[in-house]
Each structure stands twice: as structure tokens, then as C-alpha cells.
Design a binder for this molecule. Structure first.
Ligand SMILES: *Cc1c(COP(=O)(O)O)cnc(C)c1O
Length: 355
């Protein structure tokens, strides 16, 4: 039986996507070949790549606005370095809201000066800093829209004069935003878009090519753009499954429709966390709570074994919190159905009744 999959990443994918992805491993497009054994230069795969790139731009409403979508490798972690390599001339401004922002800052410091405009590190990242100023001479401002580990999410973004770059790995395609406010968005596929192995980069073309550094080809966005995201062999299968997921999202009504579902799931779970005296949320202010990753603790450690065995018996997977936070984390990405959240809420009520 399929589990209720709360895994933080790689994570749940839509069942219909898994079925199509499984069939394509055996026979892709009725061509007598597996998707795993065709050339990335074949007509059929070039169409997949083009479709995936186009769908990504359409979902974000960035088609025909001077942006390019790329499917690269090396994860979001390589983007920490690549963004700085391509865009950091003298100084860049970073908002530090969690482990991933922290890592992005470390990589950028290899390239140039980094100003940390604000950080919630002293509170183990349990809130989003909001009062900060960004040096006007920064080459760009970098932020992380959703902090996967700590369960906080930026609900608004600053107005900035310089390019704004956002790591949206764990909430891309989950909610409506004015994506044209961002000059670059990147996201590892494995949180909300597909399997591990590819990273979506959406970049506004005009911000590139402004610094003089000699950029190694694989790290140069312009090289990947010139080759239509096929400078070297892309991760064919990961791009294919991402494309299927983007089609699934389109067919159910796009980001506007999934956002309503995501809000309903988050409301159901957070209401129970707030109502049930056995549980407490990790995030300090409700306004900063993530609709994707809900972090919470038991108020009575003596109930840990009861709760853990009840959720495992209910077929729930992946509820343990990240080691830097402890407790529990329920990752409610796009493909997780509301029914799975109801199962968790029922288990929380059952635990309360046994206390
Ligand atoms: C998981 C994650 C990353 C790291 O992604 P990789 O693809 O493993 O490099 C970066 N940023 C955020 C917000 C994440 O959730």
C-alpha cells in the first residue's frame, strides 16, 4: 500500500506521474526504446527538454519576459557557487534564514565580499528577519524563500534596486508570487518538481555577462543558455519526470489551484498543532510558518514512543525532524493529498487521547 509520504526530499510525486515514468523506462513514446537508453540529442528528448523549459516559464508567468529556463546538474548546492561566479563582482547581500542560506553565503565568500544583511541564526532560525537594509552598492540580493529544515517561509520580499536571486528549492510552484520581481530563481527538482538529479534555473538574460571573470564553461549560465540547456548530457530521466510533474500541475489548474490545496493542508495541520496540548510549533511567529514544511514538537516527551508507533502504524513515512531541529517535520509538498494530512491529524488526536 502507498504510504503517506511526508519525506522532506526527495519527496512524494503524483501517482499518475510515477505510472507514466515507469512505463517510459520500458518503452518511451512507443518507440521501442527505454527513456534510459535514448540519445539526449534525439528528436523525442529534445522535445521533452523544450517542453519542460517552456512549462516552467509558463507556470511562473515569465514566458516572453526575457527569462531563460535551464535544467542543470549539481543540485541547488552548485547554484550557491554558480550565482556568485556569474554575478558577484565586488559585494553581494545575503539574508540568512537557515542552513541553506548559510551554505550559500559560504560559497559566495569564495568569490567576493558578502554582507549578511540579517540573520536569525541566534534563535536557531525560528523566524524570518524583516527589518534590515541592503547596501545600495551590492551586486545582487540573495534570499531563500522557504527554509526546508526549520519550517519558515518568506511571505513577502523586499523591494530592491539590484537583481534579486532566490533559492526556491522547497516551495517553487507551490504558491502565487510576482515572479518577475526576481532576476534569478533556482530550485533543486527533488523537493517540489521531480526526482533528484536536476536543478531548475530561471534567469533574466540581461543580468548576465556584466562581470569580467573567466568563468569555467560548466559554471557559465551563458554557455548553458547558448546550448539550450544541452551543453553536456543533461539528466535525461530527471528532466523527463520533472516535465511530467509540470504537466500534471498544468492539468490541475496550475499554481493558483495547487496553492489553494496547499493552504488547506497547512491550515488543517497547524490548527491541530495549535489546538492539541500535546504539540507545539517550532516557529516563533505564526506569520512565518511554512505551508510546505511544518515543524513541531511534543510537549510531553513521555508520549514519544506512543506517537511514533501510531504514525508508523498509520502508514506515515518521513515525519522525523531534521537533526538540527529535532522533533517532527511534516513536508506537505504539492503532490501530498489532503487525505494524508487528515491521517496525521487523526493520529495526533489519538495520541492526545492516550496521554
Ligand atoms: C534541499 C535544499 C537545498 C540543497 O539542494 P541540493 O539539490 O541537495 O543541492 C538548497 N536549498 C534549499 C532551500 C533546499 O531545501
Amino acid at each position: 500500500m502507498k504510504k503517506h509520504n511526508y519525506s522532506a526530499g526527495p519527496c512524494i510525486l503524483p501517482q499518475s506521474v510515477l505510472n507514466m515514468a515507469a512505463a517510459a523506462v520500458l518503452d518511451f513514446n512507443n518507440g521501442g526504446l527505454s527513456i534510459l537508453e535514448i540519445s539526449h540529442r534525439s528528436k523525442d528528448f529534445v522535445a521533452v527538454m523544450e517542453n519542460a523549459r517552456q512549462l516552467a516559464l509558463e507556470h511562473l508567468q515569465l514566458n516572453d519576459k526575457g527569462y531563460t529556463a535551464l535544467f542543470l546538474q549539481g543540485g541547488a548546492s552548485l547554484q550557491f557557487l554558480m550565482t556568485a561566479y556569474n554575478l558577484l563582482d565586488k559585494k553581494a547581500a545575503y539574508l540568512n534564514t537557515g542552513t541553506w542560506s548559510d551554505k550559500a553565503i559560504k560559497e559566495a565568500r569564495r568569490i567576493g565580499e558578502v554582507v549578511e544583511v540579517a540573520s536569525s541564526k541566534e534563535a536557531n532560525f525560528n523566524y524570518i528577519p524583516k527589518d534590515y537594509s541592503i547596501p545600495s552598492d551590492a551586486d545582487y540580493f540573495h534570499c531563500t524563500s522557504n527554509n526546508t529544515i526549520f519550517g519558515t517561509q518568506m511571505k513577502s520580499f523586499p523591494e530592491v534596486a539590484m537583481p534579486m536571486i532566490c533559492d526556491m528549492s522547497s516551495d517553487i510552484f507551490s504558491r502565487q508570487l510576482d515572479f518577475s520581481k526576481f532576476d534569478m530563481i533556482y530550485a533543486g527538482a527533488q523537493k517540489n518538481m521531480g526526482p533528484a538529479g536536476t536543478t531548475l534555473v530561471v534567469v533574466k538574460n540581461e543580468i548576465l555577462g556584466k562581470i569580467k571573470r573567466d568563468i569555467p564553461a560548466m559554471l557559465d549560465y551563458k554557455v548553458h543558455i547558448a546550448k539550450d540547456s544541452m551543453f553536456n548530457t543533461p539528466s535525461v530521466y530527471a528532466v523527463y519526470v520533472s516535465m511530467l510533474t509540470l504537466e500534471w500541475l498544468r492539468d490541475l489548474g496550475g499554481i493558483a489551484a495547487i496553492e489553494q490545496q496547499n493552504n488547506a493542508k497547512a491550515e488543517l495541520l497547524y490548527n491541530e498543532i495549535d489546538r492539541n496540548p500535546l504539540f507545539e510549533g517550532f516557529v516563533a511567529k505564526p506569520e512565518d510558518r511554512s505551508a510546505m514544511n511544518a515543524t513541531f514538537n511534543l510537549t510531553d516527551d513521555g508520549m514519544k514512543d506512543t506517537f511514533d508507533s501510531l504514525w508508523k502504524e498509520a502508514g506515515i513515512n518521513g515525519l522525523n525532524g531534521h537533526r538540527s531541529v529535532g522533533g517532527y517535520r511534516a513536508s506537505m509538498y504539492n503532490a501530498l493529498p489532503l487525505e494524508s494530512v487528515q491521517v496525521l491529524v487523526d493520529v495526533m488526536k489519538m495520541t492526545e487521547n492516550k496521554a
